[in-house]
Write a new protein. Structure first.
Length: 152
C-alpha cells in the first residue's frame, strides 16, 4: 500500500510541475483525490466532471464552477478540490480541470486508482462490482442451502 501511495504522489508531483511549466499555470502543492461514488459504481455509472477553479493569490481554491457532471460526482469532486493548494502568485488564476470517473472489469488485476494526464485531467478508476444473481444458491458452512424456502 505504501508503495502504491508513493507512486500516486510521484505521478502527481510530475504532473504538477509539467503543467505549471508547459501551460503557465500555478503549480499544485497539495492534492486530495476524489473517491468513486459507491452508489454510482454499483449502478455502473461513469461520468466526466469538468470544473473551473478560481485560485486566490495565496494558492487556495476560492471558487468552483461546474460545467458538467451529475450531483453525486460533483459532490466528491468538490470535497477533494476544496483541499487542493497551489503555489502562491502575484495574481490569482483560473484553471479548468476534468475528472473522469471510469469503471474497470471486476477481474482486473492491480488496477490503477488515479491517473493524472496533462493538461488538467484526472482519471479516477474503480472496479466494477460483481453482480450476484439472487437466484444463485448459496450454501452454509454446514452444507445446507441458505436460500431455501420455509417448509413446515
Amino acid at each position: 500500500m505504501t508503495k502504491y501511495i508513493g507512486r500516486v504522489f510521484l505521478t502527481f508531483a510530475l504532473f504538477s510541475v509539467f503543467a505549471a511549466i508547459l501551460h503557465g499555470q500555478p503549480a499544485i502543492l497539495e492534492v486530495a483525490i476524489p473517491t468513486y461514488p459507491t452508489l454510482a459504481a454499483h449502478l455502473g455509472l461513469e461520468q466526466e466532471v469538468t470544473a473551473t477553479l478560481g485560485i486566490s493569490r495565496c494558492g487556495r481554491v476560492k471558487s468552483i464552477a461546474f460545467k458538467t457532471g451529475e450531483k453525486n460526482f460533483r459532490q466528491v469532486v468538490k470535497l477533494a478540490i476544496q483541499k487542493w493548494r497551489f503555489a502562491s502568485s502575484q495574481k490569482g488564476a483560473e484553471i479548468v480541470v476534468t475528472f473522469s470517473f471510469k469503471l474497470l472489469p471486476s477481474a482486473t488485476k492491480d488496477p490503477p486508482a488515479v491517473i493524472f494526464r496533462l493538461p488538467n485531467r484526472v482519471e479516477i478508476y474503480a472496479l466494477r462490482p460483481r453482480i450476484v444473481d439472487p437466484g444463485d444458491r448459496a450454501t452454509s458452512v454446514f452444507g445446507d442451502d441458505v436460500l431455501r424456502p420455509y417448509q413446515d
